[in-house]
Design a protein around this ligand. Structure first.
Ligand code: DCC
Length: 166
């Protein structure tokens, strides 16, 4: 079957570290939905340097974490990262595009188990990631001054009823 048509997904909010276009320190991820996966192409640059010529593991981890945040558009629930594990399989050179693909592996009640793969232009998978996100309601953000952009996000992500099936 032909690949599904990619659908562009909006940033979480303009200042988001991972995807916000207005965050000068951000990764500026541009994310698309492909069927039941979300995909971004990222080229780490000297701002993301760890060892000379190579991407910092924290930058890779941030990209994976934020991309997992886009799977929430598919799940249509608000959730936050409880655990994140990155397997750094091979060094990631700066200046080379890497495609990160993420998806929901399975759900168990409030627990969303997510997985991602990062692959270079040579076809080599240089990192994989797994995360556990836990669903939360809007009140999770309220004490921390949820801004209007995040509030707007919630209007697009009305959580389903809070009955979770464990
Ligand atoms: C769209 C976004 C907004 C808009 C912004 C989007 C930006 C996206 C960015 C990417 C995402 C992020 O970085 S998010 C930012 C980083 N993450 C955070 O700040 C989260 C900080 N942590 C928390 O606030 C809290 O720990 C929560 C809310 C995650 C969970 O607290 P809680 O609600 O009290 O939950 P708790 O009772 O501890 O656990 C709930 C259930 O999960 C189980 N559980 C807990 N830990 C584990 C575990 N490691 N493995 C298995 N199961 C576990 C428990 O046993 C329990 O099961 P049972 O008893 O129910 O059976």
């Amino acid at each position: 079957m032909a690949d599904p048509m990619p659908i562009s997904l909006p940033p979480h909010h303009p200042q988001c570290l991972g995807c916000g276009p207005d965050n000068p320190a951000g990764l500026h991820l541009d994310v698309h939905r492909h069927g039941d996966t979300v995909v971004t192409d990222i080229t780490f640059d000297p701002r993301h340097r760890g060892a000379p010529g190579l991407a910092h593991g924290g930058a890779i981890s941030a990209a994976c974490d934020d991309l997992f945040g886009f799977v929430l558009y598919l799940v249509e629930e608000v959730a936050v990262t409880r655990t994140l594990t990155v397997n750094y399989l091979a060094p990631v050179p700066l200046g080379q595009p890497h495609r990160i693909t993420a998806r929901l592996q399975h759900r168990h009640g409030r627990r969303l188990h997510l997985e991602a793969t990062g692959t270079g232009p040579d076809g080599l998978t240089r990192f994989t990631a797994e995360a556990l996100f836990l669903t939360v309601d809007h009140n999770h953000f309220a004490p921390h001054g949820a801004d209007t952009e995040v509030q707007a996000m919630f209007t697009h992500h009305q959580p389903h009823d809070r009955e979770h099936h464990n």
